[in-house]
Design a protein around this ligand. Structure first.
Ligand SMILES: *Cc1c(COP(=O)(O)O)cnc(C)c1O
Length: 380
């Protein structure tokens, strides 16, 4: 039996068995492998139908219209397309962008690039819980503000930004509004229509779909103009060219359908997992960077004073956990998210992110907590 306990669902989730099974039917000669853009034969039409069904499934999950979904290779590309595409297509709106200092690197690095192109970026600073308030946003908005980009659930902390408050504020401001919802789609109820958001990034592998596929929601009414960053055959209404990956999209669609059906059960499950895990830990032995009351229960970031995270992880060979985001785990710098929260460097270097998901059992969550507590006791 594999003793590994996977507690890194915020980095990626496994594809659900139904997703993997369905995907396999869209690859080989006896399956539906044709190019969905092929208009000259039945095989192409069938592939197109599969892609459009996936579009329907995703649109339904977030309350969008079919024509508002633009397929991308994931949330990184969706974030790039949202920011660069909106900046280039809307020069009359101004050259000021508002974001936060704890966004995913796919937003922060894109903003840094735009800064070099002459855009002015405001990086809002989160409070100790990792939240950007609507008041902070209001204070930063100007007549020159072209775009606001703030995430929904933070990938390192699980903090949940008050997007309903942003919605009220931005309804009366001409700035475009983008949400990086990679950690939230399929987990929290999202209704793009009710929010009035203009652009929203989605990644399938964060909700039990395959890696390498995602989407950008692009509002149609009133229409949001984007300049493409990938040019080619004019797919996706000219916003993103490239042959559509039928099998990936079918997988994304099944994952979206399952997420919608199981959203309440999934949430209750990760909440129970977090409880089972934390119940095994001595509360004196850690400091929670995550908000255990208001935050998303699937992500718990804990600091263990006096013990380096690297040392603790070496003592926990059966746990798959991480320090901060996967993209940065090659570096030994403390997490920039914790740094911006004001967590002292030593404590940041003693911090681990535990993230829970659908296929973790309560027994595993409990065992993981026991293993952490045992390792802490022996290291101290
Ligand atoms: C995972 C993630 C991304 C990147 O998504 P990919 O599909 O892996 O490119 C972007 N933003 C957030 C908040 C994420 O968690």
């Amino acid at each position: 039996m594999n003793p590994l306990i996977y507690l890194d669902y915020a980095a990626t989730t496994p594809a659900s068995p139904e997703v993997a099974q369905e995907m396999a039917r869209y690859l080989t000669l006896d399956g539906c492998f044709a190019n969905p853009a092929s208009r000259s034969h039945m095989a192409g039409w069938m592939a197109e139908q599969a892609v459009e069904q996936a579009r329907q499934q995703l649109a339904r999950l977030i309350g969008a219209d079919l024509r508002e979904i633009v397929w991308t290779s994931g949330a990184t590309e969706a974030n790039n397309l949202a920011l660069i595409g909106a900046a280039r297509a809307n020069p009359e709106r101004g050259r000021h962008i508002i974001t936060s200092s704890i966004e995913h690197k796919a937003v922060l690095d894109t903003c840094a690039w735009l800064e070099k192109q002459g855009y002015r970026i405001t990086y809002l600073q989160p409070n100790a819980q990792g939240i950007i308030s609507a008041e902070q946003l209001a204070a930063a908005l100007t007549d020159e503000t072209l775009l606001v980009s703030l995430m929904l659930i933070n990938n390192e902390l699980g903090s949940i930004n008050p997007i309903e408050d942003y919605a009220l504020l931005l309804r009366d401001h001409p700035a475009l509004w983008h949400i990086d919802a990679a950690q939230a789609v399929g987990k929290l109820e999202i209704d793009v229509q009710r929010l009035g958001v203009d652009l929203l990034s989605i990644s399938a592998h964060k909700f039990y779909g395959p890696k390498g596929i995602g989407a950008l929601y692009v509002r149609r009414d009133p229409p949001v103009h984007l300049e493409a960053i990938i040019h080619g055959g004019g797919h996706e209404r000219g916003m993103r060219s490239g042959t559509l990956a039928t099998h990936q999209l079918v997988g994304l669609g099944v994952a979206a359908r399952q997420a919608q059906e199981q959203m309440q059960a999934d949430r209750a499950h990760v909440q129970a997992c977090r409880q089972a895990f934390l119940a095994e830990l001595d509360p004196q032995g850690y400091q929670a960077h995550s908000d255990l009351e208001q935050g998303w229960p699937g992500i718990v970031n804990l600091g263990f004073p006096g013990i380096e995270a690297e040392t603790l992880m070496l003592a926990l060979p059966d746990l798959a956990v991480s320090t901060g985001s996967a993209c940065n785990s090659a570096s030994i710098d403390p997490s920039y998210v914790l740094a911006r929260l004001g967590v002292p460097r030593a404590l940041a270097l003693s911090s681990i992110r535990f993230s829970f998901g659908r296929y973790l059992t309560l027994e595993q969550a409990q065992q993981a907590g026991q293993q952490v507590q045992k390792a802490l006791s022996s290291l101290r």
